[in-house]
Ligand binder design. Structure first.
Ligand SMILES: Cc1cc2nc3c(=O)[nH]c(=O)nc-3n(C[C@H](O)[C@H](O)[C@H](O)COP(=O)(O)OP(=O)(O)OC[C@H]3O[C@@H](n4cnc5c(N)ncnc54)[C@H](O)[C@@H]3O)c2cc1C
Length: 390
């Protein structure tokens, strides 16, 4: 038997669930397909995977009627970018742009769980868990998706939000370009002697950046980028040795660590789909693009894709209208390509050969000297139009 929806979304991660909640809240009949289980709430220690949500992403999440648990969110008001040897330094403050904060840090699972909670309240949304697509084809003005549990679903638009290894993208025959940075990000959740701060700081070193992302209370998420093998060796250290290595490599402002809570490492790559659309099909989030995480923008640009697509669906008559999808692709591909290029240049400017690193230092000096340029960079990072006044 075939179940019909207005829109099918493959992948119930943060981006797919946010789109489902936004369109479900607007009354569309949504079928959300998730390979895994429904997310469970977080309690106790903070999860390793956290993300920053900028002003635009928060506004989009709010439009779906989703409430975020404030006790697990950590707003931040300053971004401090420096070179570990002190040759370049720039501080970005939300107040310089007339904002209270830059946004907040939240655990990926907490955000995903809050979105799914909202989906349960929306009668027009049906969630299909523990299943994945194995085939898709066009039938008249619908796209049909065959699932590995034997179910057939159809809709006027099918959206792939199933992450970097997207099955839907492969079934649609869409290729990607990709680049491996041969780096890993070691994420370490720690308890700090110093109280929580409202600043997210990042220091560039010749082997990669080291960063502190604040969490509520005496907690922080440390990110340490380095070559694959060095990172794997560091990840295998016992708690005392890892604590000593962090205190030795990180700037003094981190203070003493009272506990290593958890650690894991992730490979760093960039990837871009050659097309974002097909007949009655669109890709969003990591299914469409993966950017270097050093600027904390991957999820934000994924939610921006979802926001743009949702607006087009809501304003149009047919969710899968090719002209609208084409417009979506033009807008988002150009913006995401610019973000991929910007994070790639940051990586090379600060971890490349010495002349490049000197250029990186200069760019930090220039950002500090020219308030207008700095303000535009902050607007851009917040998903806002840097050319808009006020
Ligand atoms: C170290 C690191 C730090 C980061 N920090 C930040 C940050 O601070 N800010 C930020 O904006 N971004 C950050 N990012 C990027 C961010 O994590 C990703 O961009 C984001 O998770 C992408 O979300 P998504 O929903 O598109 O994909 P995913 O999170 O990959 O979700 C995909 C979903 O689809 C499901 N799925 C997969 N395959 C199938 C299938 N075949 N059928 C059905 N379901 C399927 C999965 O189970 C999952 O639920 C970081 C990334 C890394 C590696």
């Amino acid at each position: 038997m075939q179940s019909d929806h207005d829109i099918i979304i493959v992948g119930g991660g943060m981006v797919g669930a946010a789109l489902a909640a936004r369109l479900g809240n607007a009354g569309y009949a949504i079928g959300l397909i998730e390979r895994g289980a429904e997310p469970t709430p977080m309690s106790g220690d903070y999860d390793l995977r956290i993300s920053s949500l900028n002003a635009r992403s928060l506004a989009f999440v709010k439009l779906s009627g989703t409430e975020l648990p404030q006790e697990r969110c950590c707003p931040f008001r300053h971004i401090d970018v420096s070179n570990l040897d002190g040759t370049g330094h720039s501080v970005f403050s939300a107040s310089d742009s007339g904002m209270d904060d830059f946004g907040l840090f939240i655990e990926n699972r907490t955000l995903q769980h809050a979105l799914w909670q909202r989906l349960q309240e929306l009668p027009s949304v049906t969630c299909y868990t523990h299943c994945a697509p194995i085939n898709t084809l066009i039938a008249g003005d619908k796209r049909v998706v065959e699932l590995d549990n034997g179910k057939m679903l159809s809709a006027r638009l099918v959206v792939g939000a199933d992450g970097a290894r997207s099955t839907l993208r492969q079934l649609a025959g869409i290729e990607v370009t990709s680049h491996n940075y041969h780096q890993r990000a070691l994420i370490v959740n720690v308890e700090t002697a110093l109280p929580q701060q409202d600043v997210s700081w990042q220091y560039f070193t010749p082997t990669g950046p080291i960063a502190m992302l604040p969490l509520p209370g005496h907690r922080a998420s440390l990110v340490w980028y380095d070559h694959d093998e060095t990172t794997k060796a560091r990840e295998a250290l016992d708690d005392d040795a890892l604590k000593a290595a962090i205190e030795n490599a990180y700037p003094k402002r981190l203070g003493k660590l009272t506990r290593i809570v958890a650690r894991a490492s992730f490979p760093i790559k960039r990837q871009h789909a050659r097309r974002y659309i097909g007949k009655r099909l669109a890709l969003i989030g990591d299914a469409a693009h993966v950017v270097h995480p050093l600027a904390g923008q991957g999820l934000n640009i994924g939610l921006h894709d979802a926001d743009t697509l949702a607006e087009m669906v809501i304003k149009g008559r047919d969710p899968g209208d090719h002209i609208n999808l084409h417009r979506f692709e033009c807008q988002r591909r150009v913006a995401n390509q610019a973000m991929i290029a910007a994070t790639d240049s940051f990586h090379h400017l600060f971890t490349g050969a010495k002349p490049l690193r000197q250029l990186g230092d200069l760019s930090l000096h220039l950002a500090e000297r020219f308030p207008l340029a700095k303000r535009m960079m902050m607007q851009q990072a917040n998903g806002l139009n840097p050319f808009k006044r006020g």
